[in-house]
Design a protein around this ligand. Structure first.
Ligand SMILES: Cc1cc2nc3c(=O)[nH]c(=O)nc-3n(C[C@H](O)[C@H](O)[C@H](O)COP(=O)(O)O)c2cc1C
Length: 188
């Protein structure tokens, strides 16, 4: 299997834990990963601090890029990143991508992934949804993106908040095409 080049964008929706667990998982899968580039919005840093009580994102051994760094490799299709995961994805970022407003690195990189017909996974988080959110999700789905809502599952009987959140991250890892051990319905 060819190693993957992955962009992880973290935005200011609730659910910083999802981002933290995904970065951990990508570390565990390092034999399948060529490169991980990370970009965080200001709101993402605020929400991470508020929800998780730390700034541990800084300790992950990945290359971090400033939110307006249009010189980042994945701001161009020629850098050939395979997959972009936005986790969690705010409705603001989702709407800007749907409207083609590439005014920061996250929205530009998403625009690039779509135009290059590569894989864009948006772990969208808000509830309830208004019609603008739903229409934006429809637009992005039609453009080739995968909307993977931050909706955990319970059938694996998770016992902790981390295990519950991991059910979302495991789906994302599957969608991104990694080979990974996780709970599989119907196999026990
Ligand atoms: C604690 C907290 C939780 C939030 N949760 C959500 C959320 O679940 N979904 C959402 O769309 N916005 C949420 N927001 C609002 C976003 O942070 C805000 O719309 C921001 O402009 C998003 O910017 P970004 O997409 O550049 O990170 C939350 C804000 C805070 C402070």
């Amino acid at each position: 299997m060819q190693k993957k080049k992955v962009v992880v964008a973290i935005t200011g929706a609730s659910g910083a834990l999802y981002a933290k667990l995904l970065l951990h998982k990508l570390l565990q899968l390092k034999s399948q990963v060529e490169e991980v580039g990370v970009v965080m919005s200001d709101n993402a840093k605020d929400v991470w601090r508020f929800e998780l009580g730390d700034e541990d994102y800084a300790s992950f051994p990945f290359r971090f890029f400033e939110k307006n760094d249009f010189m980042a490799p994945f701001a161009s299709g020629s850098a050939k990143f395979d997959t972009m995961i936005i986790i969690p994805c705010s409705m603001g970022t989702l709407g800007r991508i749907a409207a083609g407003i590439s005014n920061d690195l996250t929205t530009r990189a998403a625009d690039v992934v779509l135009k290059e017909r590569r894989k864009l996974i948006l772990v969208a988080r808000d509830t309830p949804l208004n019609l603008i959110h739903i229409n934006n999700m429809k637009t992005l789905t039609e453009a080739g993106a995968i909307i993977c809502p931050a909706v955990p599952s319970f059938y694996s009987k998770p016992q902790t908040i981390e295990e519950l959140a991991q059910t979302v991250v495991d789906r994302v890892i599957d969608l991104a095409g990694f080979v990974s051990d996780s709970y599989r319905w119907g196999t026990d």
